[in-house]
Design a protein around this ligand. Structure first.
Ligand SMILES: Cc1cc2nc3c(=O)[nH]c(=O)nc-3n(C[C@H](O)[C@H](O)[C@H](O)COP(=O)(O)O)c2cc1C
Length: 403
């Protein structure tokens, strides 16, 4: 433990909720920096990746879902069997699985992992992508379906006696009692930033997830979720925020790396755009629209939030970066924790190498600061002494960038 001097005001114990880290599981070594044509799952790589997450001290890993991806349930089950501790988050689009079948699959995963399953419900951000699997509902109706889906999942996990349901999207008779989770209901997360996402997520989710946004914008979005939760008489959902950190030994080296990365990512994305019509034009999902709007206003926000990576990928998926030394990136993460995030997803562009680097150099700094706060009730020095782009480093970068 460092014996850092105290900075800033004392903080109440409740101001530092439990903070946990999320990653995303990659199935092969192909990256946006270095795409490798592949058949899909490379078992050796997958095993190494999952082992690196477990050994690195991450708490969760997201198994993403797309119509052309591996099946997130099957991969989650494998992650569960390859690990003892890390919690698999199954990305699930309601259109792909009847809610009672999803409840059964999730409860099975939860029992197989002794209570580690989490589900992340995706209502679908693109009509073109939804239609690929036969889903023709417009987005606002997809969120209405997600809302009914959540009610059915929870009832299927908890009802002690058979029940029937006659809703707008689903109807069944005399189901249950269903296959139960390990010991408690499985946490339900919502991803999305349209008004409908806020309504459903605020009123019903246990976790509400965001991509990385400027601090003030994220804070007002969190206030919005919390107000909806409170009006619905529910506890505020935990807040999950996602970044793609670009880290090097010093801030200057990290910016050099970032400039190199963005050129390579842009080249990869141009090839993807040519092949996929839903990757061109204005994205339909609000999270991506917001990321592009931030990118058009400024390349850099706050201590280290960089938007160029979003700009060159049409903000498809999580794409905003945090750039800097481990100290700068850890301080930036703490800025978000101070605004109310308690689930921090960090996944890099150099996938496996970044899992290891973040685990060695970033996670311990954040955790040390949080331990210091818990022990002393005061902030440590990290946020005060590592200014990142608030300081001189960005001036150097900005000048270099103009050459
Ligand atoms: C943290 C996070 C993870 C996500 N993972 C996926 C995913 O695996 N597959 C997918 O199709 N969409 C994923 N999304 C996208 C949103 O769920 C999607 O954009 C949403 O259904 C519609 O967005 P909107 O409400 O912002 O318009 C994710 C979103 C967030 C915030």
């Amino acid at each position: 433990m460092t014996t850092a001097p105290d900075f800033g005001p004392a903080i109440p114990a409740t101001a530092s909720p439990e903070v946990e880290f999320i990653s995303l599981t990659h199935l092969n070594p192909s990256t946006e920096l270095n795409p490798i044509p592949s058949r899909g799952i490379e078992l050796q790589f997958f095993r190494r990746y999952v082992a690196a997450l477990e050994e690195g001290g991450y708490d969760y890993t997201l198994l993403p879902y797309g119509s052309n991806s591996a099946d997130s349930f099957v991969v989650a089950s494998a992650v569960g069997q390859l690990t003892e501790r890390i919690r698999p988050i199954v990305a699930l689009r309601p259109n792909t699985t009847h809610p009672l079948v999803a409840a059964q699959k999730l409860a099975t995963l939860d029992q197989l992992t002794e209570g580690r399953a989490v589900v992340h419900l995706i209502s679908g951000g693109s009509d073109v992508e939804q239609a690929r699997q036969g889903d023709y509902l417009p987005k606002n109706r997809r969120y209405a379906r997600t809302s009914e889906y959540i009610d059915i999942l929870r009832r299927a996990w908890t009802e002690p006696a058979p029940f029937s349901h006659d809703g707008e999207f689903y109807r069944f008779d005399d189901f249950g009692p269903g296959f139960a989770p390990y010991d408690k209901p499985i946490p339900i997360s919502i991803g999305g930033q349209s008004d409908e996402a806020f309504q459903v997520g605020g009123a019903k989710a246990d976790i509400f997830s965001f991509w990385g946004e400027p601090l003030d914008d994220l804070r007002s979005e969190i206030d919005r979720v919390n107000a909806i939760a409170s009006a619905a008489g529910r506890p505020a959902p935990r807040i999950w925020v996602t970044f793609r950190p670009i880290v090097a030994r010093t801030d200057e080296l990290a910016w050099e790396k970032a400039r190199d990365y963005v050129a390579r990512i842009a080249a990869t994305f141009e090839k993807v755009r040519a092949a996929r019509r839903d990757f061109a034009g204005t994205p339909q999902n609000v999270g991506s629209q917001r990321a592009l709007a931030f990118a058009s206003r400024s390349e850099l926000y706050d201590r280290a939030l960089w938007t160029r990576t979003a700009a060159v990928t049409n903000a498809a998926g999580a794409s905003t970066a945090l750039v800097g030394s481990p100290e700068t990136v850890a301080a930036a993460i703490l800025d978000y924790i101070d605004r109310g995030a308690s689930l921090v997803s960090i996944r890099g562009y150099d996938t496996l190498a970044d899992v290891v680097d973040y685990a060695r150099h970033v996670l311990p700094l954040v955790r040390e600061e949080l331990a210091h706060r818990r022990a002393t009730g005061r902030r440590g020095s990290l946020q005060a002494s590592h200014l990142g782009n608030y300081g001189t480093e960005y001036a150097t970068y900005a000048t270099a960038g103009q050459q």
